[in-house]
Write a protein that binds this ligand. Structure first.
Ligand SMILES: [Zn+2]
Length: 428
């Protein structure tokens, strides 16, 4: 029994607890793009891009997986040798066996780490079995790399043309009500974010996860929203955001979140290489007030001090020295007045500073929707109130983009507003 974890799951795994803020390492130039990958055929109308495929982790540790396509699917090993073929229009169920074998229904067994390629470039539908039920994930263009892990589950990495990936991200990250200019802006930031990560490590076996940790992606979408998304993607084909670094153009790691709540956060505290002009934050924005529901203003959240202390000490060793937390104060604000860093003081006189964004992720980013809040202790409770915005507030404000688009601004104008000193270039 081979219990070795596949090589691609070593250091390249894209697990990012903080949405779009932790992958901030080395800078990359747009001229480092690798053109070596062979071009493929696609079921979509798009011509292939001159980049290698994006590699997106779409399934992370599922015990069983079902796939189906309209075309036959060839199964290849990691040396590109054909091991078998799955018939069209028929669901196949895949299970890992002992970390080294993948079982296809009762008809076929293959070694671990295989590539599934639909023969006519048709998309492949993928479902996973989780919490005692089957869950449909989506239909994916390109091919699927499947590998079992040492805990006997399956991972799937979608190898997909970056333009098909961008369309999938726009379909999942934008709201169906978005103006065409907002969809175009979303396509440009999704592409910039993707190409930035692809060029940072051309040999990475996973560029990005398909979750909020990076960009949400559920494959292709073919309804009327999908058609509008396709148009926006095609209209902006190859367009990315860059900024000047000395005499060189550098790709921008284009962070974005749902609603900034009034001003953006500087990205520098989240990684030294994020200290670039388009991500310095403090961009004023009241356009996102149009965001529906509690995407702009959220109701006060009450949490017990004891539960906050428990969650903090589980994640941060420094929090253990505090004793009982007696005070929480804002130790640093952004220039626009948004809390940046918090200070926890304990009963033994020790204190501990933490970025407000990290506290938000420790307590639950969907519960504390943003770091633009006031905070006070009342008895044994902590109250987060006057909360505005949803998401980390770095870079583009998506609802602000929609607000500006409704006022007649074009995608390029909007993006240059939210990413100061950036500009758009077409790289293919
Ligand atoms: Zn905003």
């Amino acid at each position: 029994m081979n219990m070795t974890r596949p090589s691609y799951l070593s250091s390249t795994r894209a697990k990012t607890p903080l949405k779009k803020t932790t992958r901030t390492a080395s800078r990359c130039t747009m001229f480092a793009i690798v053109l070596a990958a062979p071009l493929q055929t696609f079921a979509t109308h798009r011509k292939p891009t001159p980049l290698r495929d994006a590699r997106i982790l779409i399934v992370d540790s599922a015990p069983r997986v079902r796939i189906e396509s309209k075309s036959p699917i060839s199964i290849r090993n990691n040396k590109d040798r054909k091991l078998g073929e799955l018939p069209p229009n028929q669901t196949s169920e895949l299970r890992p066996q002992g970390g080294s074998i993948i079982q296809f229904d009762n008809r076929l067994r293959t070694p671990n780490d295989i590539l599934l390629e639909p023969e006519n470039g048709e998309p492949v539908s993928v479902s996973i079995y989780r919490s005692n039920k089957w869950q449909q994930l989506g239909a994916y263009a390109g091919s699927l790399r499947i590998a079992s892990t040492d805990d006997d589950t399956l991972d799937i990495i979608n190898h997909v043309d970056v333009e098909d990936y961008v369309a999938g991200v726009v379909a999942a990250e934008a709201w169906p009500t978005f103006h065409d200019q907002a969809l175009r802006g979303q396509a440009i930031v999704a592409r910039s974010f993707a190409v930035y990560h692809m060029t940072r490590d051309p040999n990475a076996e996973i560029d990005l996860s398909a979750t909020q940790g990076a960009q949400v992606y559920h494959g292709i979408r073919t309804d009327s929203v999908g058609q509008r998304v396709d148009k926006a993607t095609d209209f902006t084909r190859g367009v990315v955001l860059v900024y000047k670094d000395g005499t060189k153009d550098r790709l921008l790691c284009a962070y974005y979140s749902a609603a900034c709540g009034g001003s953006s956060q500087p990205a520098a505290p989240f990684g030294a290489d994020s200290d670039v002009p388009p991500l310095r934050g403090n961009v004023p924005c009241d356009y996102c007030q149009i965001a529906p529901g509690d995407n702009y203003r959220w109701e006060p959240v009450k949490m017990s001090l004891a539960s906050i202390q428990k969650k903090l000490t589980a994640r941060y060793n420094n929090a253990k020295k505090l004793g009982r937390i007696t005070a929480i104060t804002v130790s640093e604000k952004t220039d626009a007045g948004r809390p940046l860093s918090l200070r926890f003081t304990g009963s033994n006189g020790e204190s501990f500073d933490l970025l407000a964004e990290k506290l938000r992720h420790t307590l639950g980013p969907n519960r504390i929707k943003s770091t633009d809040f006031n905070l006070r202790i009342e008895g044994a409770k902590v109250i987060f109130e006057n909360g505005k915005g949803f998401g980390h507030g770095l870079g583009l404000c998506q609802w602000g983009m929609q607000g500006q688009a409704l006022k007649g601004q074009h995608a390029g104008e909007i993006l240059r507003y939210y990413y100061p000193k950036s500009r758009l270039v077409r790289v293919y």
